[in-house]
Ligand binder design. Sequence first.
Ligand SMILES: NC(=O)c1ccc[n+]([C@@H]2O[C@H](COP(=O)([O-])OP(=O)(O)OC[C@H]3O[C@@H](n4cnc5c(N)ncnc54)[C@H](O)[C@@H]3O)[C@@H](O)[C@H]2O)c1
Length: 277
Amino acid sequence: MVDRTGRHAGRVALITGAARGQGRSHAWRLAEEGADVVAIDVCAPIPGVAYPMATPEELEETAAGVRERGGRVSAHVADVRDAEGLGKAVSAGIEELGGVDAVLANAGIGMASPHVTAAQAFRDQLDVNTVGVWNTVQAAAPVMIAQGRGGAIVVTSSSMGLTGRGGDGSGQMDGYIASKHALVGLVRAWANWLAPHSIRVNSVHPSGVATPMVLNDAVAALFTDPPDGEVPDVGNLLPVGLLEPRDVTAAVAWLCSDEARYVTGIAMPVDAGFVAR
Ligand SMILES: NC(=O)c1ccc[n+]([C@@H]2O[C@H](COP(=O)([O-])OP(=O)(O)OC[C@H]3O[C@@H](n4cnc5c(N)ncnc54)[C@H](O)[C@@H]3O)[C@@H](O)[C@H]2O)c1
């Protein structure tokens, strides 16, 4: 399993939302392929979100998994909304591991609590899912430029960053859809900004993925289980309900690799055909 000569050997990957779900999957796969990891997560509940965020123990499990795969790890608790705190975590991680070659701006929130106003739900979505990604790239990109060794940034948007299907005028849906569409524009802007430094910037757009963002009581209450043996219809073309984190990780690991060396500014669906439907 440990391959210190892999596609990402000698690189450092900085990952937000790394304590569980897709972020953890990215951390472990990149470590398997040779990377060291700066793992950042808020590790505390976010008021207004209907389900719990990750815990400090989960961040430590992610870190332990990176070490088991032969990688070094620098784990930090920080909120991507807090530019100052995040900046300190990013700087400490980069200093400890000797630079940064890949940035995975993955932290995000889904369903809002029914107890917050529509306006608050809308603001929370934009704050974490868009401003948080902006803060992440603002903290890391200047270091990548100064290093002069190129690199890759992958922003995790959503299939809901490419379509408004399911929009219902609620603060939740407006906020999630707007916050994820905004990332497409930022990726294009950053691809222009960073191309002269050989830093590539792309986004991935998953449809539903089996992580605690959707595997929780609040979301379960919205769906009825399909009859035995049938795939739940969540809007995908292919006969699959939820994707696995590793399906998104495969795209992310490729986008960060030299195999994608001339790929920048793209919005890549990993969505079983959700957006094409
Ligand atoms: N699960 C899905 O169905 C799905 C589909 C499309 C896109 N996405 C996106 O994928 C990304 C990863 O989500 P996931 O599916 O792994 O869900 P998840 O809830 O399991 O993981 C998200 C992680 O981000 C962390 N986080 C949340 N807010 C944070 C903040 N302010 N600062 C730092 N860390 C924070 C959480 O603690 C958690 O560990 C998110 O951007 C999400 O919007 C998820």
